[in-house]
Write a protein that binds this ligand. Structure first.
Ligand SMILES: [Zn+2]
Length: 256
């Protein structure tokens, strides 16, 4: 993936003097052929390698974080342990193939890798919030989404494109909804359509001249477009400062 070249250069920094408590990845025994195929893909996934390197280069997680793929029924985080179902990846691929509209015309492997990158960073945000007891004002789920956006946009080359793939995931999920029930409104997650616009707003707001097409596709008026610019600056400033103060970044890592 082209977006990772800049990151991989940064990853050559040496942190050998630090305690090696890192994020580790486990591929659980697949339960069937479909899961086995996904597990095989994950074993050589550049996305998985890059996100693990990013987290282990930049973040200090003294007790470590585990990321497991397996026959789970939902994406889940508890006590620095993240679980992602093999079937989530299969479903992501399937729904993308069946959709007619997306913001970026990507091949299914790139799209699925992008979505996975955003999901892992989202779950890692929960791990950081729990580990460092970070203040959360508003919904933690929204904060986890914006953490993923900011990390991708700030640290990854072409990270905004990954954020736009995450927007496409929420767009597709929204289209698959038949009707809302009360649980959707009391959910700790914002509605898919809100998460969709939130990602596009951050991608556009981070670089308005490069993402004018996103403003058009989302049909943001001038007032909304201005607020996206302000909102992204504020979100990036808040996350980076909170992580510096925690301190969640490894000693010696320069954050610009
Ligand atoms: Zn979450």
């Amino acid at each position: 993936m082209a977006l990772l070249y800049g990151l991989l250069l940064l990853a050559t920094l040496s942190f050998s003097h630090l305690v090696a408590a890192e994020m580790t990845v486990t591929l659980e025994e697949p339960a069937n052929d479909v899961e086995a195929k996904i597990a095989k893909r994950l074993a050589t996934s550049p996305t998985l390698k890059a996100v693990t390197e990013f987290i282990n280069t930049y973040f200090d997680t003294p007790k470590g974080v585990t990321l497991s793929f397996g026959s789970y029924t939902r994406i889940w985080h508890k006590n620095r342990h993240i679980e992602i179902p093999y079937l989530f990846i299969e479903d992501t691929r399937k729904h993308y193939k069946n959709t007619r509209f997306t913001h970026k015309n990507l091949d299914v492997d790139t799209y699925t890798g992008n979505v996975l990158l955003h999901v892992i960073l989202h779950e890692f945000a929960h791990a950081l919030i729990a580990h460092y007891n970070l203040p959360v004002l508003g919904k933690e789920e929204d904060a986890a989404d914006t953490f993923a956006d900011v990390m991708l946009i700030h640290f990854f080359e072409n990270g905004s494109d990954v954020v736009i793939s995450a927007a496409d995931l929420f767009f597709i999920n929204d289209k698959r909804m038949r009707r809302f029930v009360k649980e959707d409104f009391w959910s700790e997650h914002s509605l898919d359509k809100q998460r969709y616009y939130g990602r596009l707003c951050n991608a556009y707001g981070s670089n308005p001249s490069a993402y004018n097409n996103i403003k058009r596709q989302a049909d943001f008026d001038e007032d909304k477009a201005e607020r996206c610019i302000y909102q992204y600056r504020q979100t990036e400033h808040t996350w980076l400062n909170m992580l510096i103060v925690a301190p969640a970044f490894k000693a010696g890592v320069a954050i610009h």
